[in-house]
Design a binder for this molecule. Sequence first.
Ligand code: FMN
Length: 350
Amino acid sequence: MQKFRFLTAGESHGKALTAIIEGVPAGFSIDEDFINEELKRRQSGYGRGGRMKIETDRVEITSGVRFGKTLGSPITLVIKNKDFENWQKIMSSSADDLTDEKSFTTCRPGHADYAGSVKYGHQDLRNILERSSARKTAIEVAVGAVAKLILKEFGITADSRVLQIGNSQSDFNAEIDKAREEGITLGGRFEVVFKNLPVGLGSYVHYDRKLDGKIAQMVMSIPAVKSVSIGDGEDAHRLSGREFHDEMFLENGKIVRKTNHAGGLEGGMTNGEDLIVRANMKPIPTMRSPLNTVDLANLTETTAHFERSDVCAVEACAVIAEARIACAIVDEFLLKFGGDSLEEMQTNSI
Ligand SMILES: Cc1cc2nc3c(=O)[nH]c(=O)nc-3n(C[C@H](O)[C@H](O)[C@H](O)COP(=O)(O)O)c2cc1C
């Protein structure tokens, strides 16, 4: 990220999640309802746990926007954690409130618990769970919603869908119900599509300017995502050159393609076709029927800590991926057509 930069802060059961976005030019319309709709999409999907019922996330914009338009100054977004009222003492920043309530020392395999405790020297694994949790993706979705509103001014749209849950490609809810009954969890596969992108976002000139690499980083770093592919990338190894590559034709003097196996990227640049990104999410690590693990407090074998948890969150993961990819694309857009205002960008992008 060079032009559209953001940092987020906040713990899962802390007071709030916060983001500061730098680099948004002046004059873009920011529709708070749209951001809240995106937050709702992240909270939806069959298979989510109890927390989604407690919290309806809503964004508060505390800087950078006046009368619905961006000012060009940093934009601050805040999402209050409604559950904080039940966690005030446990998540207190004051040494006076020290308590071991909700502390735990039994590592959850598949989580950051073990490596995090070794790395940061925490004995209470709560100190790791609170930030490594996917809760922080709520504020990332809010940032992504701002990115989408910028892209919307240029006619660019985003969408996603679930392709597979566990072994099923259609009857997702039945698959999730079955897993819930058995006390286990599921992962899955999803697809994100961006439409109406101009040709030439990204570049082939350096490894770190290729847009496929930037997108992969954004999607791969979503908690629980274990593989990312562009277009038919996951099948690329078994297709011949004739089957994989998208031939070019002329129709009324315009270059057209009849296929899009490349998923809209060639040489690390958008080629004018739809951008198609697919990713695989691993099964949720926390399970009602818990995994074997080790208690770090006394080095004995036991079973993993269980805390209210999702059975499956692939639909939400797809919404997060949309948001992350939107940030990467806006960054490229600002690099290519940048200016200090919407008007300047419009002139530059003609
Ligand atoms: C939307 C979403 C919801 C998640 N919900 C849970 C959950 O309820 N319980 C859980 O154990 N893991 C959940 N995860 C997965 C963990 O956050 C993730 O596996 C963990 O942080 C380790 O990261 P890694 O899998 O990328 O190594 C969720 C992930 C996402 C994207």
